[in-house]
Design a protein around this ligand. Structure first.
Ligand code: GLA
Length: 674
C-alpha cells in the first residue's frame, strides 16, 4: 500500500518515554539503561502539549530538541507523537465550547486527558496547528522514524453529546443520505412512535429519553462517532504527510476487551502502519487467549502485514479494580506471543514508572524499585530475545480459517430491546475462537464482504446485522465449495437494523436450509439439554423453534419447550456446506463441534502440540518461524521439520523434536524447500 516503512532494524523494542516528567539529570541514566536493555525505539511527546505550546501560538521546542538529540546520539529511534490527546488548560479557558458533554448532559472539565469534543472546530484547528508546526520542525530529524498520531483515539471521549456534535452529526447524516430527509426517515423507521423528522435541525444525538431510543438512530450515531474521530486522525496525517512525505504514520488502536467505540476496519487502511495497545484483564484466567485473539484481529486489520504492539504492560496496570502483577515468565510469554501473531515491534507503557500523576501505580520497564528488580531483569532478557528474532521481521501469518468480525454487527446486537440482553458479541467470538486456539488452528478475522478465497472454513459466531453484499459474499463462499458455520441470531437484520422478514435467520436462511418462526432465548443461568452431540451437552443463552428446509439435524433440544426441535444443523449448499448453531453450546460441546466442522473442512492445526502449548507460525520468504509457547506445567516435546534451528538459543535442533519447558517459549526456524 505504501513505501512508508518503519526504518528500525529487526523487531523494534521500547515504550512510551515521558522524560518531560523527570528532571534532566535522569535522562542520561534513561538512555544508558535503554541501551543496556536493547531498546531501539521510543514513543515521545505523547502528552507534552502544555509544555510545547505554553500559550496559543507561542512554542518552546527546546526540551524536545534536547530529548530527540539525546536519543539520536544513543542510536535510539523516535516515534514522535502529536500531543493532541491532551490539550492544555489555556486551550479550554479560551474555548470552553470544546469541552465534551457526556450522555447525561454533563459538561466535563479539563484536568485529565482527552477532554475535548471530537467535532469542535477550535480543537481541530489547535490540533492541526501543533501537528503542522511539529511536523515541519522535525520532518528531517534523523531520530524521527514514525509519527504517532494522537493517542488511543476515543479512549475517553468517543461520544460527545454537545450541540456542536449534534450539528456535526447532522452534516454526516446529510452526506450519508444524500440530503434526502425522507430517505433517513425510511432508514430509521421513524413512522414508529411519531418520530418522523421534517427538518434536519430536529435531529439530535441519542440523548437519554423517556423510553427506548430509535435503534437505527443509535446505530448511525455510533458510526458517526467513529468517523468523527477518524476525520481528525486523517487530518493530522495529511498535515504530517505534507511536512514529511516519506515518514510513516500510525495511531495506536485498542483492540482489546470491551473497547467497542471505533470501527477499525475503516481506520486501518488510512494508516501506514497499524499499531495496537493490549492490556490483560486481571479477571481473565486465560489472558493468553485474549492476546492471541487480539493479535490475530490486529494482523487482519493490517491486511496480513506486520504490525506494532505499541503498548502493553510489564506488570500491573492501575485502572482495574484490582491490578494483578504478572507471574514468573509471563512478561516474556506475553511479548513473544504478540510477535508470534505478527508484531514487528514490542513496546510498553511506559519506560520509567512515574512518581507522580494519575498513573504512578502503573508498571513500567524501569520500575520504582530500579534495576535491582525482576521486571528489569525480564526487560533486559526480552531485549536479547527480540534481537535474536530479527529475521522474523516481515514474515506473515497463514490461516485457513476466517472469523467474521464486524463493528456494526457488534453495536447492533447489543442495543437495548433485543430478544435477549445476554447476547454479547465479543463473548461469542471468544467462545468460538477458544477451541481453535486450543487446537493450534491459525485464524484470520475478516469483514463480511472480504475476499474469502484463501479460506477453507469461515465462521460467523455473531453476525446479527449484515448487509446484502456481505450476506451474499458469505453464502457464496459456501456455494462455491467452502464451509460456513453461522451462530444464532445472525443475518437477522439489514444494515439499517431492519428485520429480514419471512423467518430467521434472515439473510442466511436459504444457505443454511432452515427456517425459524420464533425465538426462545434462555434466562441467565438456564440451559437446555442437547441430544446428538457429546454426552451431557447443553445449550445456553439461546434457543429457537427451527424447522428444517433442506438441512440435516446434527443436534436437537432434549429438554424444555423445544424438545425435539433441531438446534444444530448441517446443509449442503451448492458445492459447500453451511452449519447453523442455534444455541450457545457449553464449552466442551462447542469445542468438539468445531473440531468436527474443521475436520470436515480439511483444516489442520499449525502443529500437533500437547495441551497448553500454543503453536503459531509466521511464514518468511524461505523459512517458517514456529513459535511454541508453553502455558502449562509439563515439559512438552513438539515435532519440527529437519534442518531446523532454534532462534532464541541460537542452537541447532537435535533429532526431529524440540523441548519446551513449562512457562518457556521456543522459536524454531524451519527452512522451506524450493
Ligand atoms: C493507555 C494509554 C497510556 C496509558 C496506559 C495505561 O493505553 O495509551 O497513555 O494510560 O493506557 O495502561
Amino acid at each position: 500500500m505504501t513505501a512508508r516503512e518503519l526504518k528500525v532494524p529487526g523487531i523494534a523494542y521500547g515504550g512510551d518515554y515521558n522524560p518531560e516528567q523527570w528532571p534532566e539529570e535522569v535522562w542520561a541514566e534513561d538512555v544508558r539503561l535503554m541501551r543496556e536493555a536493547g531498546v531501539t525505539m521510543v514513543s515521545v511527546n505523547i502528552f507534552a502539549w502544555a509544555l510545547l505550546e505554553p500559550k496559543e501560538g507561542a512554542y518552546d521546542f527546546s526540551r524536545l530538541d534536547r530529548i530527540l538529540a539525546l536519543l539520536h546520539e544513543n542510536g535510539i529511534a523516535a516515534d514522535l507523537a502529536t500531543p493532541t490527546a491532551a490539550p492544555p488548560a489555556w486551550f479550554f479557558r479560551a474555548h470552553p465550547d470544546a469541552l465534551p458533554v457526556d450522555r447525561d448532559g454533563r459538561t466535563l472539565s479539563y484536568g485529565s486527558r482527552q477532554t475535548f469534543c471530537p467535532s469542535s472546530p477550535a480543537y481541530r484547528e489547535a490540533a492541526l496547528r501543533i501537528a503542522r508546526v511539529l511536523g515541519e520542525r522535525y520532518a528531517d530529524h534523523p531520530a524521527v522514524v514514525m509519527w504517532h498520531i494522537h493517542n488511543e483515539y476515543g479512549c475517553h471521549n468517543a461520544e460527545c453529546y454537545c450541540d456542536t456534535s449534534a450539528a456535526a452529526f447532522r452534516v454526516w447524516l446529510r452526506q450519508k443520505y444524500d440530503d434526502d430527509l425522507a430517505a433517513l426517515n425510511h432508514a430509521w423507521g421513524t413512522t414508529f412512535w411519531s418520530q418522523w423528522y421534517y427538518d434536519w435541525d430536529e435531529i439530535i444525538p441519542p440523548r437519554p429519553t423517556g423510553a427506548v431510543p430509535n435503534p437505527t438512530h443509535q446505530l448511525d450515531w455510533r458510526r458517526f462517532c467513529s468517523d468523527a474521530l477518524l476525520s481528525l486522525c486523517k487530518a493530522e496525517r495529511e498535515v504530517l504527510r505534507e511536512a514529511a512525505p516519506s515518514t510513516p504514520a500510525t495511531t495506536n488502536f485498542m483492540v482489546m476487551y470491551n473497547f467497542d467505540k471505533l470501527d477499525y476496519w475503516r481506520w486501518a487502511p488510512e494508516l501506514d502502519i497499524v499499531s495496537n495497545d493490549h492490556y490483560l484483564q486481571s479477571t481473565d484466567p486465560e489472558s493468553q487467549i485474549d492476546i492471541a485473539l487480539s493479535g490475530d484481529l490486529v494482523r487482519s486489520l493490517a491486511g496480513g502485514r506486520p504490525w506494532l504492539l505499541m503498548e502493553h504492560s510489564t506488570g500491573a496496570v492501575n485502572w482495574q479494580p484490582v491490578n494483578r502483577a504478572k507471574t514468573a515468565g509471563e512478561l516474556r510469554r506475553n511479548a513473544l506471543a504478540h510477535v508470534a501473531r505478527g508484531a514487528d515491534g514490542i513496546a510498553y507503557f511506559q519506560w520509567r514508572a512515574a512518581k507522580a500523576g494519575a498513573e504512578q501505580w502503573h508498571s513500567a520497564m524501569l520500575p520504582h524499585a530500579g534495576t535491582d528488580s525482576q521486571i528489569w531483569r525480564d526487560v533486559v532478557r526480552l531485549g536479547a530475545d527480540l534481537r535474536s528474532l530479527a529475521e522474523v521481521r516481515g514474515s506473515a501469518g497463514v490461516a485457513e480459517v476466517a472469523i467474521v468480525w464486524d463493528w456494526s454487527a457488534w453495536w447492533a446486537v447489543e442495543l437495548p430491546s433485543q430478544p435477549s440482553g445476554e447476547v454479547r458479541f465479543q463473548d461469542l467470538v471468544r467462545a468460538w475462537y477458544e477451541p481453535l486456539w486450543r487446537s493450534g488452528v491459525a485464524v484470520d478475522f475478516v469483514r463480511p464482504d472480504a475476499d474469502l478465497s484463501p479460506y477453507k472454513l469461515v465462521l460467523a459466531p455473531s453476525l446479527y446485522l449484515v448487509d446484502d453484499e456481505g450476506a451474499a459474499n458469505l453464502t457464496g463462499f459456501a456455494e462455491a465449495g467452502g464451509t460456513l458455520a453461522v451462530g444464532f441470531h445472525s443475518g437477522a437484520v439489514d444494515e439499517n437494523g431492519h428485520v429480514r422478514l419471512g423467518g430467521y435467520p434472515g439473510a442466511f436462511r436459504e444457505a443454511l436450509g432452515v427456517r425459524t418462526d420464533e425465538l426462545f432465548p434462555l434466562l441467565p443461568g438456564e440451559s437446555v439439554d442437547l441430544a446428538g452431540l457429546d454426552e451431557g451437552a447443553a445449550g445456553e443463552v439461546w434457543s429457537e423453534r427451527m424447522a428444517l428446509a433442506g438441512a440435516e439435524p446434527i443436534a436437537t433440544y432434549a429438554s424444555g419447550p423445544l424438545h425435539g426441535v433441531p438446534a444444530v444443523t448441517r446443509h449442503t449448499h451448492g458445492s459447500g456446506t453451511a452449519w447453523y448453531v442455534a444455541t450457545r453450546p457449553d464449552p466442551t460441546t462447542l469445542a468438539s463441534l468445531l473440531d468436527r466442522i474443521r475436520d470436515e473442512a480439511g483444516v489442520k492445526p499449525v502443529r500437533e502440540t500437547p495441551e497448553g502449548v500454543e503453536a503459531v507460525l509466521r511464514r518468511g520468504p524461505d523459512a517458517d518461524f514456529l513459535f511454541l509457547i508453553n502455558h502449562g506445567d509439563q515439559v512438552a516435546e513438539v515435532e519440527v521439520s529437519g534442518a531446523a534451528t532454534e532462534l532464541l538459543t541460537g542452537g541447532g535442533v537435535e533429532g526431529r523434536a524440540v523441548r519446551v519447558a513449562p512457562g518457556d517459549v521456543v522459536v524454531v526456524r524451519e527452512p522451506r524447500d524450493g
